[in-house]
Design a protein around this ligand. Structure first.
Ligand SMILES: [Zn+2]
Length: 553
């Protein structure tokens, strides 16, 4: 090999010339506690049919909580919840809406019928017996975004009180200078759209589903938004009574009824001069609600830090323990249990395995480590939102959050996906630890799906805590190019939020072990380093961090 070639190979071997992190023998020994069979065993229990899908406030939910708390106790963690308890209980309000089998959109004598589940789903923004939009005018409002920093306002001050908004998911993608190009920002999330509709006093908001703009197929909308929906108790502020989704085909029919073409409307919505378009059609949707107050709980354990000063701060690991429960209306013989093996029995298994490694370490880390298995994530990040509103330590003392929602089950990878790469100083440790594993860190392979805003790190980031969240690598060792990504697509199309998300004999944990060891090392490095991690200057969460730190003084 010529020297020039050797040099080129050396560059290839150490991606981006990152200095690999150094580890002590004790740290490596502790990491070896994270083993395939440990992860598999936790998943086997948590994803068992006996836990009936771990729906919030069910028996399965309580079984999962009890299991996690006893595992934490057995490891020698201390209770990390309020009042010396393992649990941080909180109220949730379950609303089961009876949506009409058929909703009629009309223009004079002409009409379009939408069938529940097939063409539309609707659910209540009201925590009371009735949510309705009666004979409401329908307007197409494009993306429904108001973003002064981009000079963007889809509403242009139009009065939308009592109207039903028909809107697009996602945010404008074509211009890299607007809304981070193809990367989805919070503006592109359905939660944002409904929040805006509520602020504007709309009676209803119907989001047009397309698989690319949602990031998942219609069946996920059907399973996620029908049946009992949970919320934190409403504490005032505006609500939009009727929230819903319509299929793209239904949206086309509604537009056509109003003498418009959906494609032309969507094209117009790509520009800043877009204004809401009255469709000249009306709709009535009335939801009869059954409302029940229930309780669920985050499960929190803590490993006290050894440093007299830094132990007042903590690194917090999170992983949600809930899933979707049992499918309603399943046919006899059909699997009705949402086992949520990958989502997120696997993340809880990882959290417990990391706790095992941390407790095996002597001496203990300098900062305290919190392990929070949070509840009701699938219902809109409720457990992490509750924690963020009632943190067991002030937000400014939370050094970093490492959130785990799904682990790799397809084998070792040359890469590791970091969601939100580029947002905080945590990147540097992640890159150095990956380099130590001879791996490289890649940004979100599906930036259009807005993953940073779809799991429990988001509420923590909102209170300023620098957060790290990952997805599986896709460059799988021993498999052809494209295989890993194909597996990710297959999971999403077939198993994500379906009863088929189950532990199977062909799960390969070798990549998960490596990933989870990296998450362990990351928490450890952050816990031992004197300086606190920071958001990159100008990041959307930097202001919240400054506020949280200022509040400590
Ligand atoms: Zn999840």
């Amino acid at each position: 090999m010529t020297p020039a070639l050797a040099c080129a190979f050396a560059l290839l071997a150490t991606p981006a010339a990152v200095r690999p992190a150094a580890l002590t023998a004790a740290e490596r020994a502790a990491a070896r506690e994270i083993r395939a069979e440990l992860l598999r065993a936790h998943i086997r229990y948590l994803a068992d049919d006996l836990l009936e899908g771990r729906g919030p406030a069910t028996r399965g939910d309580r079984l999962a909580q009890a299991y996690i708390a006893t595992q934490m106790e057995a490891l020698g963690l201390e209770p990390g919840g309020p009042g010396g308890s393992w649990f941080q209980p909180f109220d949730i309000v379950g609303v089961t809406s009876q949506a009409p089998e058929t909703v009629t959109v009309s223009r004079g004598a002409d009409k379009v019928d939408l069938r529940f589940r097939d063409d539309y789903v609707a659910f209540s923004g009201v925590q009371g017996p009735l949510a309705a939009a009666e004979g409401a005018e329908v307007l197409f409002v494009g993306y429904g975004i108001v973003a002064p920093e981009y000079g963007w306002d889809d509403y242009k001050g139009v009065d939308l009180k009592g109207k039903v908004l028909l809107l697009m998911n996602n945010d404008p993608e074509d211009d890299p200078a607007l809304f981070a190009g193809k990367t989805r920002l919070y503006y592109g999330r359905w939660d944002y759209k409904y929040e805006m509709a509520a602020k504007l006093g709309a009676a209803g908001a119907l989001i047009i589903h397309t698989t690319p703009s949602a990031g998942y197929p219609w069946q996920v909308v059907q399973t996620s938004w029908t049946g009992e929906q949970f919320h934190l108790p409403h504490e005032g502020g505006p609500v939009v009574p009727v929230k819903g989704w319509v299929t793209e085909e239904s949206a086309r029919k509604i537009a056509r009824l109003g003498g418009q073409e959906l494609d032309a409307l969507r094209a117009a919505a790509q520009k800043k001069d877009f204004r809401p378009v009255p469709l000249g059609v009306r709709v009535s949707i009335a939801l009869q609600n059954e409302v029940k107050k229930k309780q669920t709980a985050n499960v929190i354990g803590r490993l006290p830090g050894r440093d007299a000063v830094l132990s007042h701060q903590a690194v917090i690991y999170t992983a949600h323990h809930d899933h979707l429960g049992v499918k309603e209306g399943a046919k006899p013989g059909q699997d009705a249990i949402y086992n949520g093996a990958k989502d997120n029995a696997s993340g809880v298994a990882a959290l417990l395995a990391i706790a095992k490694a941390m407790t095996a370490l002597s001496p203990a880390p300098r900062r305290t480590i919190l392990f929070a298995a949070v509840a009701a994530e699938e219902q809109g990040l409720l457990g992490s939102k509750y924690f963020a509103a009632h943190p067991t330590l002030p937000a400014g003392r939370l050094a970093a959050n490492i959130n785990i929602d799904g682990i790799n089950n397809i084998g070792r990878t040359r890469d590791l996906t970091m969601i939100g790469l580029g947002k905080s100083s945590l990147d540097d440790w992640v890159k150095r630890l990956a380099a130590m594993q001879n791996r490289r860190v890649v940004p979100d392979q599906f930036p259009d799906k807005g993953f940073f805003y779809r799991s429990d790190q988001f509420p923590l980031a909102k209170i300023g805590v620098p957060a790290a969240y990952f997805d599986d690598g896709t460059d799988v060792i021993g498999k052809p190019a494209g295989w890993g990504k194909a597996q990710a697509d297959k999971y999403e199309a077939e198993d994500y939020h379906q009863p088929s998300d189950e532990l199977r004999p062909d799960w390969d944990f070798s990549g998960a072990v490596e990933d989870v060891q990296l998450f362990f090392y990351l928490g450890l490095k952050v816990a031992n380093e004197t300086a606190l991690p920071t958001w990159k200057p100008g990041d959307e969460f930097e202001a919240a961090r400054k506020k949280a730190l200022a509040e400590l003084k």
